[in-house]
Ligand binder design. Structure first.
Ligand SMILES: [Zn+2]
Length: 153
């Protein structure tokens, strides 16, 4: 039986101090209205972006480019998918919107529910890291798409 030296146990306990444990690294993102939308293991800023619309790309499944990103999305599926045309190529987007204010926050190219396809896209400027704070790129987004969602009156 190997002798367990208590000294090593002491030193290992200091080594084991969690510098970046999974729980501590979780990031939370909110809609501009303050609703909690996304909890994710890494910062949106660390994610790759789409060339077409600069949306953040969240990998839902492990594939040849890497491991799946751990996240949970708190958003409602939109009523119907949207067909988007980009230089002759059509893409069907299944959107997700904020459950409180209905603002579109992201989409995927496969039918709902979330994570049914390889990627989920989070719209640039849709989410903010700090509750009640407008993301830096939100105005850019409004300029790019002048159609502001009006509350039904
Ligand atoms: Zn909202």
């Amino acid at each position: 039986m190997p002798k367990v030296v208590s000294r090593s146990a002491v030193s290992s306990s200091t080594d084991a101090k969690p510098t970046a444990s999974a729980a501590a690294a979780l990031r939370v993102y909110y809609c501009i209205c303050g609703e909690f939308i996304l909890v994710i293991e890494k910062s949106l800023a660390a994610l790759p972006r789409r060339r077409t619309d600069s949306a953040y790309i969240i990998r839902c499944r492990e594939n040849e480019t890497g491991k799946a990103v751990v996240f949970k999305l708190n958003a409602s599926p939109c009523a119907a998918p949207v067909l988007v045309e980009r230089s002759g190529v059509y893409e069907r987007q299944y959107g997700f919107s904020c459950p409180r204010c209905n603002l579109l926050v992201g989409y995927q190219s496969t039918p709902w529910p979330v994570k049914s396809g390889p990627y989920l896209y989070i719209l640039k400027g849709a989410l903010t890291h700090a509750q009640g704070q407008v993301p830096k790129d939100a105005l850019e987004r409004l300029e790019a798409n002048q159609e502001e969602p009006n509350s039904a009156t």
